[in-house]
Design a protein around this ligand. Structure first.
Ligand code: ATP
Ligand code: MG
Length: 227
């Protein structure tokens, strides 16, 4: 998995066999991080620089909107109790249903994950932009890159800061946020899976320079890709 520049010195005769592809496959960066770490904030900064952003959370919401593709299958599996009157997935009810029932969570994921993955691939293939960024909140929890992404970019911040931000944004108690965090990968597990890291433990205006530096590398890696 190397995306470094591929400017090898060309040897006359030997290089003629390596004809560059007309349209190199676009670099796909997987953007992940714990709840409230700053993924959406960071994705917006990359988008402003021209990266194509595909957000798996947004896709999951669309697939479970009223009358959407996943609703019939979820209703068949879990009953009317997890479907709202308007026909959308009742996310709170579903969360409660799978909270301490791993088998139920697996059944839900068996419905949603293949659909999310197919739609992500479709959007990645259709997207314009120098390179693409696939936002996958639970990328580390779901077993890593799984061939869908070329690099893993982790938005990192100290757990205490993360808890404060989520409490403020969602109006949740410290205990509730701690429970959510407990069901996610640890900070160390996420960092161990990272190719690149953005430090979002400080002020939001510290993000720009970090995003800019990575953006330049990603855009460059895309142009240099030769397979
Ligand atoms: N550096 C920062 N300083 C202060 N607040 C921040 C900073 N970065 C993000 N925030 C705020 O913290 C909250 C979480 O950020 P954001 O929504 O980008 O995280 P996320 O990883 O996308 O969250 P989720 O996992 O829920 O999708 C938001 O309210 C955001 O405005
Ligand atoms: Mg987000």
């Amino acid at each position: 998995m190397s995306h470094g520049p591929s400017h090898r010195p060309s040897t006359p005769g030997a290089s003629s066999a390596r004809v560059p592809a007309a349209r190199p496959r676009r670099l796909v960066v997987g953007l992940t991080g714990g709840i409230g770490s700053g993924k959406s904030t960071v994705a917006d900064l990359f988008a402003a620089r021209g990266a194509a952003i595909v957000d798996t959370d947004a896709i999951a919401h669309e697939l479970t909107a009223p009358g959407s593709a996943a609703i019939d299958a979820i209703r068949a599996e879990f009953g009317d109790g997890v479907i709202r009157a308007d026909g959308a997935l009742d996310r709170d009810a579903m969360r409660e249903r799978v909270f301490d029932d791993p088998a139920a969570r697996q059944r839900l994921e068996a419905i949603l994950h293949p659909m999310i993955r197919a739609e992500s691939q479709r959007r990645l293939a259709a997207a314009e932009g120098a390179y693409a960024m696939l936002v996958v909140p639970l990328l580390v929890e779901s077993g890593g890159r799984a061939g869908d992404v070329d690099r893993v970019l982790v938005v990192d911040c100290p757990t205490g800061v993360q808890i404060e931000r989520v409490m403020r944004r969602n109006g949740l108690s410290r205990e509730r946020v701690a429970t959510i965090l407990g069901a996610q990968a640890s900070r160390a597990q996420r960092l161990a899976a990272a190719d690149d890291v953005i430090d979002n433990g400080g002020a939001a205006d510290a993000l720009d320079a970090q995003v800019e530096a990575l953006h330049r590398r990603y855009a460059q890696a895309d142009r240099c890709e030769s397979s």
